[in-house]
Design a protein around this ligand. Structure first.
Ligand SMILES: C[S@@+](CC[C@H](N)C(=O)[O-])C[C@H]1O[C@@H](n2cnc3c(N)ncnc32)[C@H](O)[C@@H]1O
Length: 309
């Protein structure tokens, strides 16, 4: 049996056990060893923060920022704080950040300050706040409390729409999150974003359109999952990494229906000859091949004005 199918089946089993996030995290730590913070990963997330700031296209840093999908290491929200955001809110459906991971994140910030990477990758660092990062005593504190002391509001659970005032956010960001959200909840989320974003605010999202199993099983195409019809994908797909398989044309439609206009799109595509060799399921075969072969995309969006601008 192909390696990726074994992994998908294992995740499916874990996904239906009680407390699946606990077991998934345990397997990743003990078997895959994949949740340690490496310095290259840290630096890549500083670059994500910089791309997010560029999406704002303003002279001043965005004041109020909201991140969807914190993940294991709150690098992006802390980097955005250092780069001038006065308040950063970050939310995730799972509490992946632990005191050890927060400590590792702050140590990486200290290393990047020492070796110059922080100044090289981010504009105008708030030095006083950086000192605060380095002197934070988190003994006896929860991650939520420690992050709060650094100006980051870490919220775990469903999207906290009720806690966010209308038109209160300058910048909404996500990285490697939206691909897990199916069309109906995606639309709900976009409506919530539309409500909380200021009229001159911006959104910056990096979306992975590839088949995540191809990172693990190099024998399959990065778009292998497009071979399967919807019914078969429902059997393979699982609650641990629920890949929606929405394509970039679906995303454009959803954004437009929610009242957003995509102002910038930067895509990476699968090589055309490899794409032509992939036997696409009927659901994808009749659609524009240029959209189907997108592997990932940075999307900047703004609220559509009443005149359609
Ligand atoms: C692949 S990780 C990316 C984490 C981080 N943004 C990064 O780039 O390192 C995806 C994260 O999104 C979170 N997530 C998935 N669906 C979500 C949703 N509907 N709302 C908030 N977070 C979600 C997951 O729990 C996970 O932490």
């Amino acid at each position: 049996m192909a390696r990726w199918i074994v992994k998908a089946l294992a995740q499916r089993t874990i996904g239906f056990m009680p407390n699946p996030d606990y077991w998934s995290d345990l397997v990743q730590r003990k078997i895959a060893g994949s949740v340690d913070l490496t310095y290259p990963f840290f630096l890549s997330r500083l670059d994500v923060a910089r791309k997010n700031l560029e999406a704002c296209a303003r002279e001043n840093s965005p004041a109020e920022v909201l991140e969807l999908g914190t993940g294991w290491f709150p690098i992006v929200p802390l980097a955005l704080r250092l780069a001038g955001a006065s308040q950063v809110r970050t939310c995730d459906i799972v509490e992946h950040v632990s005191p050890e991971r927060l400590r590792a994140t702050l140590q990486a910030f200290a290393r990047a300050a020492d070796d110059g990477e922080l100044n090289r990758r981010l504009p105008a660092i708030n030095q006083a706040l950086l000192q605060q990062f380095q002197s934070l005593d988190s003994t006896g504190q929860t991650c939520v409390e420690s992050l709060h002391a650094l100006g980051v509001d870490y919220m775990v659970g469903d999207f906290p729409a009720a806690r966010l005032a209308p038109a209160s956010i300058d910048l909404i960001v996500s990285h490697a999150v939206l691909e897990y959200i199916a069309a109906a909840p995606f639309m709900e989320l976009l409506h919530a974003f539309r409500r909380v974003l200021k009229s001159d605010g911006a959104m910056s999202h990096w979306i992975d359109f590839s088949d995540e199993y191809a990172y693990f099983d190099k024998s399959i195409s990065p778009l292998n999952f497009l071979k399967y019809p919807d019914w078969a994908w429902r059997v393979i797909n699982n609650p641990i990494i629920p890949l929606s398989r929405l394509r970039i044309d679906d995303i454009r439609r959803l954004f437009a229906s929610a009242g957003f206009i995509i102002s910038h799109e930067e895509t990476v595509k699968l090589d055309m000859s490899a794409m032509r060799k992939l036997p696409l399921a009927r659901e994808f075969a009749s659609r524009d091949i240029e959209d189907m072969r997108v592997l990932d995309a940075w999307i900047t969006a703004r609220i559509m004005q009443a005149d359609g601008a």
